[in-house]
Design a protein around this ligand. Structure first.
Ligand SMILES: NC(=O)c1ccc[n+]([C@@H]2O[C@H](COP(=O)([O-])OP(=O)(O)OC[C@H]3O[C@@H](n4cnc5c(N)ncnc54)[C@H](O)[C@@H]3O)[C@@H](O)[C@H]2O)c1
Length: 392
């Protein structure tokens, strides 16, 4: 299956989880909180494009980020943009993206329009010399994404992809633990994202739900470990005309396996991720606020051959470790606040953001490889040139 929009109500259900958990409020039809102080020269002038479901969340978080100064909200439907801002806002509305790009106060734009428009809008913004924060998926094809990554790098501009889950406190902590070597060598990485979901009219369950788990995988994997191939299986057992259940197996360069299960047909909601290492295993149960993240000092040891005596050789080489479980305290910060802070910091410091255009491209390649595998009846599809902008 080729790309179909990932946003709409499918992405929205996940987003509601994200926003709801962080205690965020929506701004549709209500005045946006004006948390910004008077203009300061060092603040980054900004515009948001798209005032549909997700754009207002970017507006609210941009306005609550001291390093940013929002000047414009652009939408083809100007009334909608006006409703988002409320009557007393000093932020201007327009239907013209060109007007936004022509404003020299605007140094950065955040794009929250449908995915099919991302390539054109991001390219125009980069060509106008603006830094860009773009919603996921970065574009609809890997060729387009690679072109944008290359353009941003050539122009010395920040191109960041809003992989929102990567900015939740729990995913940040998981990344620290994995990158800090707490888990030892990565052995497996399983995630389950299932519930009774609305069958989307234009997108299958893979494109609806897997982008979140693949962006988390990309964010958390230890340096040097990359996906090398994907095989996917999917089914449409209710005759909906598109896959409602999908399983993705992502083979990693160190021999480990990552598995994603996404499903619209499960009567029980499950949001669980397990990351197994040679020293410890993490269990992230997003529906358990008491112990959202648990670190288990338990696992399986294999006696190294040099330590094997004749006596041991007669027994099994495998032993089981049963140690403590620790549930670390996690902060409560809305993920999008972290997105905005990272975007502003990347622009100010002239560096690549944590979820840069390249990460958007890598996630897109995994999705396309999974879709290709489905077309091939589940065959393993290699994921090529992981850290290059060359088209896959
Ligand atoms: N990060 C997340 O968790 C998350 C959650 C939901 C949606 N999204 C993403 O956000 C993007 C938007 O999704 P949505 O659900 O808000 O869509 P939406 O359809 O609700 O809103 C899109 C808005 O963009 C406007 N628009 C379209 N083309 C435009 C153009 N050329 N110039 C100006 N405005 C234009 C439309 O009028 C509409 O108001 C998608 O890429 C989606 O995948 C991300």
């Amino acid at each position: 299956m080729t790309y179909a929009p990932v946003g709409g109500s499918g992405g929205t259900r996940q987003a509601e989880e994200l926003l709801g958990r962080q205690g965020a409020h929506r701004v549709h039809g209500a005045p946006v909180e004006q948390a910004q102080a008077e203009d300061a020269p060092q603040r980054i002038g900004m515009a948001v494009v798209g005032a549909g479901y997700w754009g207002p969340n970017l507006v609210r978080n941009a306005q609550q980020t001291a390093a940013l100064r929002l000047h414009w909200l652009c939408d083809l439907d100007e009334e909608r943009a006006g409703r988002v801002l409320g009557r007393y806002s000093t932020v201007r509305t327009t239907t013209s993206f060109d007007e936004v790009l022509a404003d020299t106060r605007v140094q950065a734009v955040a794009i929250a329009t449908p995915a099919a428009t991302h390539y054109r809008l991001v390219r125009a913004a980069l060509e106008a010399g603006k830094h860009v924060l773009v919603e996921k998926p970065i574009t609809t094809t890997a060729d387009e994404a690679a072109e944008l990554v290359e353009l941003a790098e050539r122009r010395g501009l920040v191109l960041m992809c809003d992989h929102t889950f990567c900015y939740t406190p729990v995913v940040r902590r998981i990344r620290e633990l994995v990158h800090g070597g707490e888990l030892g060598d990565l052995q497996f990485f399983d995630s389950v994202r299932i519930n009774l979901g609305l069958v989307q009219p234009d997108v299958d369950v893979l494109w609806d739900l897997a982008p979140h788990d693949l962006s988390i995988l990309d964010f958390v994997l230890p340096p040097g470990v990359v996906p090398v191939g994907v095989s996917a299986q999917a089914a449409d057992p209710i005759g909906a005309g598109r896959a409602c259940v999908a399983y993705l197996a992502v083979r990693l360069s160190n021999g480990a396996l990552a598995h994603r299960h996404v499903n619209w047909l499960s009567p029980t909601k499950v949001r669980t991720t397990l990351i197994g290492g040679s020293r410890r295993t993490l269990v992230w149960d997003d529906l358990n606020p008491q112990a959202r993240l648990a670190i288990h000092d338990r696992g399986v040891d294999l006696t190294p051959p040099e330590e094997v005596t004749d006596a041991i050789r007669r027994r099994t080489l495998i032993s089981y470790r049963v140690g403590d479980m620790v549930a670390p305290a996690l902060g409560e910060q809305e993920a999008l606040r972290g997105v905005m802070a990272e975007f502003a910091a990347a622009v100010t410091e002239g560096r690549a953001p944590l979820t840069d255009g390249r990460s958007g491209l890598r996630v897109l390649r995994l999705l396309h490889a999974a879709a290709r595998s489905l077309e091939l009846g589940g065959a393993a599809v290699p994921v090529a040139v992981q850290d290059s902008t060359a088209a896959a």
